[in-house]
Design a protein around this ligand. Structure first.
Ligand code: DQA
Length: 144
């Protein structure tokens, strides 16, 4: 499952010099095509609401093999989102389009990173595909 947090629905329009010119729909379509080529199915979901993302994470239990998540600004403060990821026994990869470490200091800290398998930041939408690739390898290898 691919989860996109607050404001990511505005990709393409939103600060394109930071987040790129692709829309979320284009990114999701590219991921779908990539996944199909690998014989995987993915479902993407975006919400500006913390609770909606948390509900999706709980619903993913037993339904998906892993989670790719760009939590947007929730990255930096949502203990509730972190707890949801910790509660569900699925490998997750945190993705950021921008290099959060090269930006404002409030973006340097992630409360999510300690409960995910890995973090990819600064590679634009390629980061999502690399994250899927990592989860795909983990599933294939029977890894956690
Ligand atoms: C982001 C980085 C966050 O700091 C920001 O709040 C976002 C997007 C990224 O993809 O680079 O909304 O997660």
């Amino acid at each position: 499952m691919v989860l996109h947090g607050p404001n990511l629905g505005a990709l393409g329009l939103r600060e394109p010099e930071i987040y790129g010119r692709k829309t979320l729909q284009e990114i999701d379509e590219d991921l779908q095509a990539w996944a199909r080529g690998r014989g995987c199915e993915i479902e993407s979901f975006q919400s500006n609401w913390e609770g909606a993302l948390i509900d999706r994470i709980h619903q993913a239990r037993g339904q998906f093999d892993g989670i790719v998540i760009n939590p947007g600004a929730l990255t930096h403060y949502s203990i509730a989102l972190r707890d949801a990821l910790a509660a569900v026994p699925l490998p997750a990869v945190e993705v950021h389009l921008s290099n959060v470490h090269a930006r404002e200091s409030f973006r340097h800290h992630s409360v999510i990173s300690p409960v995910v398998k890995g973090v990819i930041a600064g590679l634009g939408d390629l980061g999502y595909r690399l994250a899927l690739e990592a989860l795909f390898e983990a599933c294939k290898g029977g890894g956690e």
